[in-house]
Design a binder for this molecule. Structure first.
Ligand code: HH2
Length: 259
């Protein structure tokens, strides 16, 4: 899953693809590099990011979703807002990636069901503005697993078929470095829920903390290491900024594991 951020403030590429034409060109490049899905987002979720109105998010996202769907991409929309998701599905998206797992806007579940779309339900502790202020868990893996189970039950009760659901531990969303590592180490416990597990480690801060790399774009090698280990523990979808590098690393890892 290649990331297309149509934002001025995303943590690793904010402002680079705010123009719709530049974002579509970037998405096309990621497709050429081997992305299966493009995840288009118009609101940064980095710690301390400010909120974006539905109108502004729509204005950013819809033309890019339309342009990439026209180019033949399988498009996901990264949003927590019903109006944005609806417009993106109208414009050709087929998947809703909601970092609040339908908590911000419970009506999203009904929309996903009605449109027979796919969805990703992600764990986040608190909300972006405060999520990195001393996050605490009894046991991070058990807590995240129980949360994902409950959100999946909610989605199913709202009419989303279980087969349309993918689950994501939300790496970096209200987690310390050690919480993130523990989730990756024990990812098989989330895979045991029986749905494809999505991981988003790409260029994230915990990788910078381990390697000493301050600049997110310099965390590509670190990203590959984390993704390869996540694959080995059963992850199915890898949300990444660097598609070509990730594709090669994951193909080699997958071929090795298959032997
Ligand atoms: N991470 C980010 C955004 N959306 N969605 C899922 N399912 N999983 C993730 O780990 C995830 C996500 C953050 O990365 P990015 O989009 O590059 O940054 P920003 O939120 O600053 O735009």
């Amino acid at each position: 899953m290649g990331v297309v951020n149509v934002t001025p403030d995303s943590f690793s590429d904010g402002g680079r693809y705010l123009d719709a034409g530049a974002a579509v060109a970037h998405g096309r490049a990621l497709l050429a590099e081997g992305a299966d899905t493009l995840d288009v987002g118009g609101e940064s979720t980095r710690p301390s990011a400010g909120p974006v109105t539905a109108g502004e998010e729509l204005r950013r996202v819809v033309p890019v979703v339309g342009g990439l769907a026209e180019a033949g991409a399988r498009v996901s929309v990264d949003t927590s807002k019903l109006a944005v998701a609806r417009a993106a599905l109208d414009a050709g998206a087929v998947y809703v990636n909601d970092v609040t797992a339908f908590r911000a806007d419970p009506g999203l579940a009904g929309l996903v069901a009605e449109r027979a779309a796919g969805c990703c339900l992600m764990h986040m502790l608190g909300e972006p503005r405060t999520m990195q202020d001393h996050p605490r868990y009894d046991d991070v893996v058990s807590d995240v697993k129980a949360f994902l189970e409950a959100r999946m039950a909610f989605a199913v009760a709202e009419g989303v078929p279980e087969t349309a659901i993918e689950l994501d531990p939300g790496i970096g969303f209200g987690k310390t470095v050690e919480h993130n590592l523990e989730l990756l180490r024990r990812l098989d416990e989330l895979v045991a829920l029986g749905r494809p597990v999505v991981v988003g480690v790409s260029r994230k801060q915990f990788l910078g903390r381990i390697t000493g790399r301050e600049v997110p774009a310099e965390r590509v090698f670190a990203t590959l290491a984390a993704n390869v280990l996540a694959l080995e523990r059963g992850a199915a979808v890898f949300r990444v900024h660097d598609v070509a590098a990730s594709r090669d690393a994951l193909l080699v890892a997958a071929a090795t594991l298959a032997g």
